[in-house]
Write a new protein. Structure first.
Length: 143
């Protein structure tokens, strides 16, 4: 079975607590359960979250050594600021799907810069936690 990594960036671990109007009531643990349950017959899924940029970069680097065949990434605010995460993604030769729970195109001006979109095969933004489900389905259908 193919191995897929889901990487979540800063503050995603605070789902269900922070800005409920933008991110909804679902907790991070509930999100992980939803992802695992949806992928159970499709992929072996590993879910990772960090609030630290360098740890996310290292996890992306480990994708190569650990033979992952796809990446779903929600870099959170690092989408708009992290050249280091961008450079790490540029190394990959596997499909990458970018997910954002809120619609970043309709958010603050500083969120309009997206440093990773052009490195991703597909982007889902503003679909809530369903974006993760669509990302799994996209990878399953395409690859």
């Amino acid at each position: 079975m193919n191995k897929i990594l889901v990487v979540n960036g800063p503050n995603i671990n605070m789902l269900g607590i922070r800005e409920l109007d933008k991110y909804g009531q679902t907790s991070y643990q509930e999100l992980k359960d939803i992802i695992q349950n949806h992928a159970i017959d499709k992929f072996h899924i590993e879910i990772y979250q960090s609030n630290v940029e360098g740890e996310i970069v290292s996890k992306v680097h480990n994708i190569i050594e650990e033979d992952f065949e796809g990446l779903i990434i929600n870099p959170g605010a690092y989408t708009h600021t992290s050249i280091a995460i961008r450079d790490a993604l540029a190394i990959l030769k596997i499909p990458v799907v970018e997910v954002h729970i809120s619609d970043i195109k309709n958010r603050e001006d500083f969120r309009q810069v997206n440093l990773i979109r052009d490195l991703c095969d597909f982007t889902l933004s503003g679909k809530g936690i369903d974006g993760y489900i669509e990302a799994i389905d996209y990878l399953y259908e395409k690859y």
